[in-house]
Design a protein around this ligand. Structure first.
Ligand SMILES: [Zn+2]
Length: 121
């Protein structure tokens, strides 16, 4: 015996409660199946990403910027903190965040290099 779908006329197996083709209940009194679509593309918090850029730039370039105003400052060592956030972001499971981690790592490395360059010269 088969269960014929009232909606699409598809012949379903006897033990099926829902139509295999369209999901319509085959048994009277059964609630229509709730199909929950899971968002495969999780939303990335753009505001948080923006803030992380500001922090990374501020930290990693601070030695360079401060040295422009006051020479013989040892704040270049402080710029190493600018590498923490990019390294943290790189470990993210989502590529959208990982990508920003690599961009920030590049920004931070340039900033740290410049900070040390001006500090040691
Ligand atoms: Zn059907």
């Amino acid at each position: 015996m088969t269960r014929i779908c009232s909606k699409c006329k598809y012949e379903n197996r006897d033990d099926y409660d829902y139509c295999a083709k369209c999901g319509t209940p085959l048994v009277e009194g059964l609630q229509p199946r709730n199909i929950r679509i899971i968002n495969a593309d999780p939303q990335v918090n753009k505001k948080a990403i923006l803030i992380s850029y500001i922090i990374t730039i501020f930290l990693s370039w601070s030695g360079f910027i401060i040295n422009m105003f006051s020479k013989h400052s040892n704040l270049g060592f402080f710029t190493f903190f600018g590498l923490f956030l990019p390294f943290y972001l790189i470990q993210a499971p989502i590529w959208e965040i990982k990508k920003h981690g690599y961009i920030q790592l590049f920004i931070a490395l340039v900033g740290v290099s410049l900070s040390f360059y001006v500090m040691l010269h």
